[in-house]
Design a protein around this ligand. Structure first.
Ligand SMILES: [Ca+2]
Ligand SMILES: [Ca+2]
Ligand SMILES: [Ca+2]
Length: 290
């Protein structure tokens, strides 16, 4: 009897445990169902909401995506308070400026007949250099930071573009096609003294970028059969290939302390961002394929 009683006790206990487990399972099922419903609801909301409209921090609303409208070439003002950029949102390309939170977007150039691009701030933040088609084929213009006083500095029938202001504010480096091939020139900020810095007659040199100490200019050149990052002294002497790689390398950008240069390269069969020391050593990939 004692054994039977004990077995009965065990069966009763087991039934209680199973009953408790059933309760737990029902509770867990309810929690899982509620979680699933909430998750599906939030996911759907995330997918649907941006497709309807977007609202910018300055209160502008509009279609979230329009593949025909570009905003590009951002350039930070030296005091860090503004970003200049170009956009064709009004039917042609203009230079805009905005606060760094996206408010106060202002069309600075207001030239409906021509396209403007490539803004570059003067080091004192008072002026912006840019590329414009206002006076024939691509010219370098400068203007006050509020868009007034737009002035053509190059006045040359060939294409001129990609201005980059020198750190001391006295010169502007740029590309020009005036020799039938793209070359790097510098000029004073009143347009005088336009001087060819890269004079290899067979190859393109472009996209000048001044080091912060004003002593060096990095640029792209395809003189060895593919695009490489070169540096030279600001007077054009000492042109040196830094990348020496059979893939295309481009878009050099100096670190503020002048010790490193960031660039892009196709050496891994897609464009990735690299950095290297300013003498070309230590080339290191920073971005992954995705
Ligand atoms: Ca325009
Ligand atoms: Ca021109
Ligand atoms: Ca290369």
């Amino acid at each position: 009897m004692k054994i039977i009683s004990f077995l009965s006790y065990c069966r009763l206990n087991l039934k209680k445990k199973i009953h408790k487990m059933k309760n737990y399972l029902i509770l867990l099922s309810v929690i899982a169902l509620v979680t699933f419903v909430l998750f599906v609801g939030v996911s759907c909301k995330k997918e649907v909401s941006p497709a309807i409209e977007e609202k910018l921090s300055d209160g502008q609303t509009g279609p979230a995506n329009d593949p025909t409208i570009y905003k590009s070439d951002p350039s930070w003002s030296p005091d860090g308070k503004m970003i200049a950029f170009n956009s064709n949102r009004n039917g042609n390309f203009e230079i805009y400026a905005m606060n760094t939170d996206g408010t106060g977007q202002t069309n600075l150039t207001n030239t409906p007949a021509t396209d403007e691009s490539g803004p570059s701030w003067s080091p004192d933040g008072k002026m912006i250099a840019f590329q414009s088609g206002q006076d024939g084929k691509g010219e370098i213009f400068i203007m006050n930071a509020d868009g007034t006083g737009q002035t053509n500095l190059t006045n040359n029938p060939a294409d001129d573009g990609e201005p980059f202001w020198s750190p001391d504010g006295k010169m502007i480096a740029f590309n020009s096609y005036r020799d039938g091939i793209t070359k790097i020139y510098v000029m004073k900020t009143d347009g005088s003294g336009q001087t060819l810095l890269t004079n290899d007659p067979k190859t393109d040199d472009s996209d000048p970028s001044w080091s912060n100490d004003g002593k060096k200019i990095a640029f792209e050149s395809n003189r060895d059969g593919n695009w490489e990052i070169y540096i030279m002294n600001a007077d054009g002497t000492g042109q040196t290939n830094l990348t020496n790689n059979p893939a295309d390398d481009g878009f050099p950008s100096w670190s503020p302390d002048g010790k490193m240069i960031a660039f892009n390269s196709y050496r891994d069969d897609n464009f990735e961002i690299y950095v290297m020391n300013a003498d070309g050593s230590g080339q290191k990939r920073l971005t992954m394929a995705k």
